[in-house]
Design a protein around this ligand. Structure first.
Ligand SMILES: Nc1nc2c(c(=O)[nH]1)N[C@H]1C(S)=C(S)[C@@H](COP(=O)(O)OP(=O)(O)OC[C@H]3O[C@@H](n4cnc5c(=O)[nH]c(N)nc54)[C@H](O)[C@@H]3O)O[C@H]1N2
Ligand SMILES: Nc1nc2c(c(=O)[nH]1)N[C@H]1C(S)=C(S)[C@@H](COP(=O)(O)OP(=O)(O)OC[C@H]3O[C@@H](n4cnc5c(=O)[nH]c(N)nc54)[C@H](O)[C@@H]3O)O[C@H]1N2
Ligand code: SF4
Ligand SMILES: [Mo]
Length: 742
């Protein structure tokens, strides 16, 4: 059952499929192969009963991945005690994965930040909110007077409420007018965003989870769904168990889904564009096209045809290291499908040709007319619970409603709606690593970090940490202290987190849902919403932040987003709870929400046509050589969330996955005499980490896999400053390392 590196097609006959399904506890139920826990009473009652343990259940949404499971937070005497999945929530039907089920524990961890801190010498000392906010606003004012808005930068997050992303964008652009606003979705979804814009005219995933049930061909490319989106992975496995659906998996690492695939393509790292070109070659050569769709709804076919003509499967087989017949077969299955769906995540977005690979995925669906119908579409699965909100509400590179700073009409519309001078809005936006470079050179003097931990998650950790120490003012706003990043702060602001504030999250399928406050924040912690509005008011922009609640801000987002793709006008907080989330666009109170985009074949471009892009394959900037002979692949394990500030505090998860390990193929481990359980050093041109070895054929020969979760053993000590040239997303998935036995 191991991956076939010689490239032969890996097939499961029905019997071994059923055996595997049963062995993994799948059966015919909607459940993941890894422990997905369900509330004992979940299917019985809509709201779980009150008992001695719980005296109140509060409607909310999971704080972890963008699957966006609906849940209730159970409290007793105002304290969080447990969570339960919402049985009639369409996304998860009562199910939660193990991060989901234990998440109440993150709220009462002793390391919660409870009071503002100000640096005095090399110590961070408790301070009052008044002192902390006065220090911040006085420094901001001084920099604004001396240098103007370009001296200030904000680095935000896809884990804040939609309303918080909105006020951060309004503060940065509408109040102070700085171009330097970005957030961690740059490390994550930027390539999908830019890819969608290039192919379809605007951002926005067209499909939804129900499409998994309707598709008869599903391609998963660069996504480890069972570990990163377990409830969604479970839904996919349930679909496969029902039969009549072919799974194609493309991943250099034999992730669990690979083993359930009819076709598994263990391609060489970073060769997706060559593979996708060859698949298109076969589709065109064999006439597996929807010519009517191509003629009516796309442009660029002739250029594409000329280019992919140069990529017969034999050429891609050489580049990708898989058999030409497997590529042929994958293309034919895709081309003959009634309904084909493609899912992708970071295995595409974090590569050197990420954006153009997204365009190639979109091409596949345009060429075959596999979009806008049930079971179809190029479906980017978002990572963080509210990176969609960051995108649609203007918390990052885009203005609210998927407007662009580079388009004068868009700036005018937003300036008018905000009632601010048009000239104040910056005309461009600075990607995260350029913000860090600006701090390094001193051009950016104050950096405000909100809801992200770049001292672990940024590439080239040594460099990122040096930069953090160089800011004249580093404000870090986090739910916990210490974190690797708060340690460098000039001022730490204690933030309320999930469960302690009310607002909305939008999941990967455009479903907006409500999170109600269940408990009070600890100590003096305040919500990001309150803090940002307060700083805005203190700097003299009271008119822009005259909100009494996040719901007021949500009403304002509805005005900004009206008649734009993420139209939210029909949505209210009450409707969200009553109807169990609503998918945008939802333009009117009686509108049920929109399960799929582009159903009429009209795209958001000027002429309404989607664009087919022709792209040559190009190798990653750093490839293995004699000194660093192995590919480093990085990513996630199921038990942990990012930099461990939350899941590291959940006793059960910390016990299941207590420390970092590097996965090594037996062929690489043997000559070095490395056995599972021993400590090894992984070394790159940037740094070195010492971790436990886990010898496994899950990774292919020639490469290793190391998560980025564990702060001092993070793979980001090894990754470099390499970026996709269109999205400026880091190339986390390909760099070169060597192993040393200790
Ligand atoms: N447990 C857990 N779940 C999470 C998170 C977490 O921290 N922990 N984080 C959330 C977030 S923010 C995100 S963005 C998602 C990420 O979700 P995923 O993208 O699914 O997770 P990753 O582990 O980063 O990488 C996915 C896969 O990409 C593959 N890959 C590497 N290189 C290539 C390549 O060249 N080509 C192809 N085709 N594939 C390649 C890797 O082998 C890996 O299996 O997960 C979300 N869910
Ligand atoms: N090598 C490698 N590196 C990667 C990746 C990879 O695959 N490989 N993936 C990248 C991706 S896709 C992502 S998304 C990033 C994630 O990287 P980070 O954003 O750095 O990861 P988190 O640990 O989620 O950091 C969130 C921080 O916000 C805090 N926080 C949580 N909730 C709140 C809140 O409501 N308010 C405030 N103010 N703070 C809060 C948490 O305590 C935590 O410190 O990592 C990227 N880095
Ligand atoms: S699948 Fe994602 S959203 Fe659902 S419970 Fe698990 S972490 Fe939360
Ligand atoms: Mo992410």
């Amino acid at each position: 059952m191991s991956a076939n590196r010689d490239g032969s097609v890996f097939r499961l006959d029905r019997r071994s499929f059923l055996k595997l399904s049963t062995a993994t506890g799948l059966g015919l139920t909607f459940a993941s192969s890894l422990p997905v826990l369900m509330a004992p009473s979940a299917r019985a009652a809509a709201t779980p009963p009150l008992d001695a343990k719980v005296d109140r259940w509060v409607y909310s949404t999971c704080q972890f991945c963008a699957t966006g499971c609906g849940l209730y937070i159970g409290t007793r005497q105002g304290q969080p005690v447990m969570v339960r999945g919402i049985p009639d929530y369409p996304v998860n039907q009562g199910l939660l994965c193990q991060k989901g089920i234990f998440q109440a524990e993150v709220l009462r961890a002793p390391e919660r930040a409870k009071t503002p801190l100000i640096r005095r010498g090399d110590r961070l000392e408790p301070a009052s909110w008044e002192e902390a906010l006065e220090l911040i606003t006085a420094t901001f004012r001084r920099i604004l007077e001396q240098q103007g808005p370009t001296g200030l930068a904000i680095y935000g997050s896809g884990q804040l409420l939609q309303e918080e992303s909105y006020v951060i964008g309004k503060f940065a652009r509408g109040a102070i007018g700085t171009p330097h606003l970005d957030g961690n979705p740059r490390l994550c979804m930027a390539s999908a965003v830019v890819g969608y814009i290039r192919s379809f005219g605007t951002d926005g995933p067209p499909s939804n989870y129900e499409d998994l049930d309707h598709a008869d061909c599903i391609m998963v490319i660069g996504a480890n769904l069972n570990e990163a989106h377990p409830v969604l992975g479970g839904r996919l496995m349930a679909r496969l168990a029902r039969g009549g659906c072919t799974l194609i998996t493309v991943d250099p690492r034999a992730v669990q889904l690979a083993r359930l695939s009819q076709i598994y393509l263990p391609i060489r790292p970073g060769t997706d564009v060559a593979l996708l070109n060859a698949i298109q070659h076969v589709l065109i050569r064999d006439g597996l096209l929807d010519n009517a769709y191509i003629n009516a709804h796309t442009q660029g076919f002739e250029e594409l045809r000329a280019l992919v003509d140069q990529y017969p499967p034999s050429r891609a087989a050489e580049i990708c290291g898989v058999a030409a017949e497997s590529i042929e077969e994958a293309a034919r299955i895709f081309g003959r499908a009634q309904a084909a769906l493609t899912l992708w995540t970071m295995g595409i977005n974090q590569t050197n040709q990420a954006t153009v690979a997204v365009n190639q995925i979109c091409n596949l669906h345009l060429l075959t007319g596999q979009i806008g119908r049930p079971g179809t579409g190029p479906f980017s699965i978002t990572g963080q619970p509210s990176s969609m909100d960051f995108r649609q509400a203007g918390g990052g590179p885009a203005l609210p409603g998927y407007r662009s700073l580079g388009v004068e009409r868009h700036r005018r519309e937003v300036a008018e709606l905000w009632g601010v001078p048009f000239e104040r809005l910056p005309t461009s936006t600075t990607p995260a690593h350029r913000i860090f470079q600006g701090v390094e050179t001193g051009d950016i003097r104050a950096l405000w970090v909100i809801g992200t931990n770049p001292a672990v998650s940024f590439p080239d950790q040594g460099w990122a940490r040096r930069v953090l120490q160089q800011a004249e003012l580093l404000v870090v706003q986090d739910g916990y202290h210490p974190t690797e990043t708060t340690n460098y702060a000039t001022v730490v602001l204690p933030a309320a987190i999930w469960g302690e504030k009310t607002g909305t999250f939008t999941n990967a399928e455009r479903r907006v849902n409500l999170l109600r406050q269940a408990v009070a924040p600890p100590g003096e912690a305040r919500s990001d919403f309150d803090i940002v509005c307060e700083v805005g008011r203190r700097l003299g922009y009271g008119d822009l932040f005259a909100f009494n609640s996040t719901e007021d801000a949500f009403e304002e987002i509805k005005v900004l987003n009206a008649n734009r793709p993420p139209d939210l006008r029909g949505i209210t907080y009450d409707r969200l709870e009553r109807e169990r989330g609503i998918q945008w666009p939802c333009p009117a109170p009686d509108h049920p929400g929109t399960p799929r985009l582009y159903t009429d074949g009209r795209f958001n471009t000027e002429d309404g046509r989607a664009r087919l892009w022709a792209v040559e394959y190009a190798p990653p900037p750093e490839v293995p050589d004699a000194e660093y002979p192995l590919w480093l692949n990085t990513g996630r394990i199921q038990e942990h969330w990012h930099t461990l500030t939350k899941t590291g505090r959940i006793a059960e998860l910390a016990a299941w996955a207590p420390e970092a390990y590097v996965e090594i193929n037996p062929r690489e481990a043997a000559p070095l005499g490395i056995n599972s359980g021993e400590r090894v050093a992984v070394v790159s041109r940037r740094g070195r980490v010492e971790v436990m070895a886990r010898v496994t054929s899950q990774v292919a020969p020639g490469g290793v896999f190391l998560s980025f979760h564990f702060g001092e053993q993070t793979s980001n000590a090894l990754t470099g400053q390499f970026f996709d040239p269109l999205s400026f997303e880091p190339i986390y998935k390909q760099s070169a390392v060597r192993l040393e036995r200790l």
